[in-house]
Design a protein around this ligand. Structure first.
Ligand SMILES: Cc1cc2nc3c(=O)[nH]c(=O)nc-3n(C[C@H](O)[C@H](O)[C@H](O)COP(=O)(O)OP(=O)(O)OC[C@H]3O[C@@H](n4cnc5c(N)ncnc54)[C@H](O)[C@@H]3O)c2cc1C
Length: 485
């Protein structure tokens, strides 16, 4: 009998646990440790943030689903990893702290044969002074944050209905923030909602970003095929913002926020401020902050995690200049190089480097996007990690036949504004591969036939369809496994 422990019931960890339970017989135990009692379909938080969906529409309780499929669920936070066991036993284990129920606040240990770290990003608001929903800016990163943002947005819209002008500032809230796609979708949704209420003349909407050029999206930008011609995402993105009446500030590293005022440095080293009535700025991301310890109790976090506390996997982390980066640097199995029964899936794995060119101001401030790991790759990685662990348990072999490099797989990004069958519009971008491969595709960095940009209502339908389809899949309803990640 084997015991597989998964940390984090987000898109990646929930996918991993679902496939593990499907592939492994009942003689094997599958355990999930995650602090939030709900699964949330994060992409739809954008609609919560503009009041078009309620939090209940984007989440569901995990306990009944895990009970149905036979996963042991502990509502707790993982605190430390002990992959060599301790002085009394060689069995690896994780220390956890319960966050709810009768055992709330109590610490416990959970042993494992295989471990999947899928703890996602820590929303690191504290890395930027004054940032975050309990300070001066809003967030749409969780359903609670998005609901709170809608409360504030609604107030701003009411003021406009009473004839008061409002300035909106949406974008990245840290010089190295990622997830530009989510913020971009939110700014378009705000412009759509303002327009729908015929209040555009009272709205001054700004996009602020750490990207060198708009449309970088942390992927180093892309060339996309659009209506038969090829265009850089810079033009594609600027056109969409311009058509929506949104102005922009680029190459900006926000380092401080006060009530109604954001402070930023640009790549020329100049310091500026931007005033706002409503701001939604994405924080920097780091790993969950777990520590790792050796058998003798010494701290081995440096061996297991990268500096940002994301977990090191089978990537090439050798420091090298931008010009020498290669698609082969990116991981394929997400197995820890130091402890072969440990894997990291989704945002929890440490990328080898960024995809965007690193840039810094004359003051030495690094201002560029870190790499995004969107829902689709996070789900795919969760699945192949489950397949490899299953393979190892069932065959006794120690290889990982299932692979999923972000430098090989494609992804689709749908930026949808509005809601309903006839009222929405979306910009759809597909890229393949996600990480540029200049050796294989010397002209465009990606397969130009698979890297496409389209604007229209069809993409919006797709996003709406995906909302229902992925929640159906995550609830593990009949034949869920036929729906791709
Ligand atoms: C507003 C928004 C919109 C987005 N829209 C899109 C989109 O349209 N398309 C797309 O592809 N991607 C989108 N993304 C990105 C997508 O949501 C992420 O790629 C995805 O959620 C990453 O999955 P994950 O499992 O790695 O992390 P998460 O989904 O964040 O899950 C991590 C889980 O780990 C848990 N956890 C944290 N710490 C611990 C701990 N110490 N112990 C145990 N558990 C822990 C968390 O509670 C959470 O349940 C969006 C992101 C945001 C914020």
């Amino acid at each position: 009998m084997a015991k597989v422990l998964v940390l984090g019931a987000g898109i990646s960890g929930h996918t991993a646990v679902s496939y593990l339970r499907r592939y492994l017989g009942k003689e094997h135990e599958v355990v999930m440790v995650s602090p939030n009692s709900n699964f949330q379909w994060v992409p739809s938080n954008i609609w919560v943030g503009v009041g078009l969906m309620k939090p209940d529409q984007v989440k569901f309780a995990l306990a009944p689903v895990y009970k149905k499929i036979g996963v042991t669920y502990k509502q707790a936070l993982a605190i430390s990893l002990h992959p060599e066991g301790n002085k009394d036993s060689d069995t690896p284990y994780v220390t956890i702290k319960y966050v709810a129920g009768e055992e709330e606040g109590k610490e416990d240990t959970v042993t494992y044969d295989y471990l999947v770290n899928a703890t996602g990003p820590k929303l690191n608001f504290s890395a930027t002074e004054g940032l975050g929903p309990d300070k001066f800016t809003n967030s749409v990163c969780t359903y609670d944050h998005a609901d709170h943002a809608w409360g504030n947005l609604e107030k701003a819209l009411k003021k406009m209905e009473n004839g008061e002008k409002q300035t909106f500032l949406i974008g990245t809230g840290h010089p190295l923030a990622t997830c530009q796609g989510a913020a971009f979708e939110y700014v378009l949704n705000i412009a759509f909602e303002v327009g729908k209420r015929k209040l555009s003349h009272l709205a001054d909407i700004w996009w602020i970003s750490n990207e060198y050029e708009l449309g970088d999206f942390g992927m180093g930008g892309a060339y996309v095929k659009r209506n038969g011609y090829i265009t850089p995402t810079k033009i594609f993105t600027e056109s969409i913002l311009k058509e929506s009446g949104i102005r922009w500030i680029k190459r900006a590293g926000v380092y401080k926020v006060e009530e109604g005022k954001a402070y930023y440095e640009n790549l020329r080293g100049e310091k500026h401020t931007k005033e706002f009535d409503f701001a939604m700025l994405i924080p920097g991301f780091s790993g969950s902050g777990m520590k790792a310890f050796a058998k003798d109790g010494s701290d081995i976090s440096d061996k297991v995690f990268a500096a940002n506390t994301m977990m090191k996997v089978d990537a090439d982390y050798t420091p090298k200049p931008y010009e020498e980066w290669s698609a082969a640097d990116w991981p394929e199995t997400y197995q820890s190089p130091v402890f072969d029964t440990m894997y990291a899936a989704g945002i929890a794995f440490a990328p080898p480097h960024t995809m965007s060119k690193p840039m810094q101001s004359p003051n030495g401030t690094k201002i560029f996007p870190t790499p995004p790991r969107t829902g689709m790759p996070s789900g795919v990685i969760g699945k192949i990690v489950a397949q490899n662990i299953t393979h190892r348990i069932k065959t006794g072999k120690n290889d990982n036949p299932h692979r999923a490099s972000m430098a090989k797989m494609g992804a689709a990004c749908i930026v949808s504004a509005g809601y309903g069958l006839f009222k929405g519009q979306a910009a759809v971008m597909t890229v393949k591969p996600i990480v540029q491969d200049w050796e294989k595709y010397p002209k465009w960095g990606r397969s130009i036939n698979d890297t496409v940009g389209v604007v229209g209502t069809a993409g919006h339908w797709m996003k709406l369809f995906m909302h229902y389809m992925f929640l159906y899949k995550a609830k593990l309803k009949p034949l869920w496994w036929l729906i791709p990640e």
